[in-house]
Design a protein around this ligand. Structure first.
Ligand code: NAD
Length: 363
């Protein structure tokens, strides 16, 4: 198969979907790999490093799409990329279609087979291609939140860990999955007071053991969340209902309960956001204020640390990319039911139920 890797074009996105190690694996399996010139630059990978492992370099995205059967990317395709997709293509990338009917419609109309990293499952129902980026985003969420709490950036002006004689800031994390756990570990490392909320009691049990009593685990009922809001300085939203639009865990009227210039970090923004007042922002302009509360809602948080993120992502995606290249997407999906869960669009139809439900497009 011919596998193509274009340069990411979303604002402030510096990751790339293949590394030289990935090129080596694909070439050893008898596949041809084409890379857009400069695609790896943002992640400190040169064209020469790709070429040394057997890839060819093409000048632009149009040439990569033209030459390839499978396109591997990082972020959801932008409009100019959707326009280059044809029924012969397999697209393998993050898609986050549930909150985006327009993109879903574009992919349906392209006729391409579109496989979403974020809905691929492993044999235990976990999300192996979302997890590495969730680890990165969780760690950034606390870092960014701590920074935004500084007064010149619009925050309350409180130091996360406090100092001897002055209390630490209070951090509330809603959603104790991969993002939430990583956010909590960094917050604990910075010596904040940490509360983690989830609706899955088994998950709260696991977290309680992982934190060794250093963070409080709390059931995420609407009332319990509301009662905590007046005392916290930083809230990190990290809930996920796989493939579906994120549920709102904080409503606009509840912002009035919070301290002035408290900070909300909505990591779930790529699934539509879990605070009613969230809207996507970028690394260059990451925050805005609603009712006196600062919101940070960057949709591609791991894009800010591409050297780490590209390697973490491709370590996880590589076995799946090689399998699809070896077997073709149809057979690979039959052989691996977890990969089949990633197939969101095929032959002009949505094939992933939560996306069809959210977008209202035919299933
Ligand atoms: P996960 O499945 O590991 O964890 C989600 C947790 O949310 C689960 O423990 C689940 O029980 C809990 N949950 C679901 N509904 C809830 C509710 N109403 N109240 C409280 N808890 C609830 O998912 P994850 O890998 O941690 O990802 C979390 C979110 O972060 C996803 O939307 C993911 O797409 C997003 N994400 C965003 C970025 C970014 O750059 N913005 C990067 C990576 C991941």
């Amino acid at each position: 198969m011919k596998v193509g890797c274009p340069t990411e074009i979303k604002t402030d996105e510096y990751r790339v979907a293949l590394t030289p190690a990935g090129v080596r694996e694909l070439v050893e399996h008898g596949h041809e790999v084409v890379i857009q010139a400069g695609a790896g630059e943002g992640s400190a990978i040169t064209d020469a490093e790709y070429v040394s492992q057997g890839a060819s370099i093409l000048p632009d995205a149009a040439a990569v799409f033209e030459a390839s059967d499978m396109i591997v990317k990082v972020k959801e395709p932008q409009a100019v990329e959707v326009a280059m997709l044809e029924p012969r293509h397999t697209l393998f990338t993050y898609l986050h279609l549930a909150p985006d009917p327009e993109l879903t419609k574009g992919l349906v109309e392209s006729g391409a087979t579109c496989v979403a990293y974020e809905t691929v499952e492993d044999s235990r129902g976990r999300l192996p291609l979302l997890a590495p980026m969730s680890e990165v985003a969780g760690k950034i969420a606390t870092q960014a939140g701590a920074f935004m709490l500084e007064k010149p950036l619009g925050g309350r002006g409180i130091l996360l860990g406090g100092v001897p004689g002055v209390a630490a800031a209070k951090v509330m994390i809603i959603g104790g999955g991969v993002v939430g756990m990583n956010a909590a570990f960094i917050a604990l490392g910075m010596e904040a007071t940490v509360y983690v909320y989830d609706r899955n009691i088994d998950r709260l049990r696991e977290l309680d053991i992982a934190f060794g009593g250093r963070a409080d685990t709390c059931y995420a009922s609407t009332l319990d969340i509301e009662q905590r809001l007046p005392e916290v300085d930083l809230v990190i939203g990290a809930v996920l209902v796989a493939g579906a639009k994120a549920p709102y865990v904080i409503r606009r009227d509840q912002l009035a309960l919070m301290k002035p210039s408290a900070v909300l970090v909505d990591v779930s923004i790529d699934q539509g956001g879990c605070f009613e007042t969230s809207r996507p922002t970028t690394h260059s302009d990451p925050t805005y204020e609603v009712d006196g509360v600062l919101h940070y809602c960057v949709a591609n948080m791991p894009g800010a640390v591409p050297i780490t993120s590209t390697r973490a992502l491709t370590n996880a995606t590589m076995p799946y990319i090689v399998h699809v290249a070896d077997a073709g997407v149809e057979r690979a999906a039959r052989e691996n039911p977890g990969l089949a869960k990633g197939v969101n669009v095929v032959g002009g139809k949505v094939t992933y139920a939560p996306v069809a439900e959210s977008t209202g497009l035919p299933y």
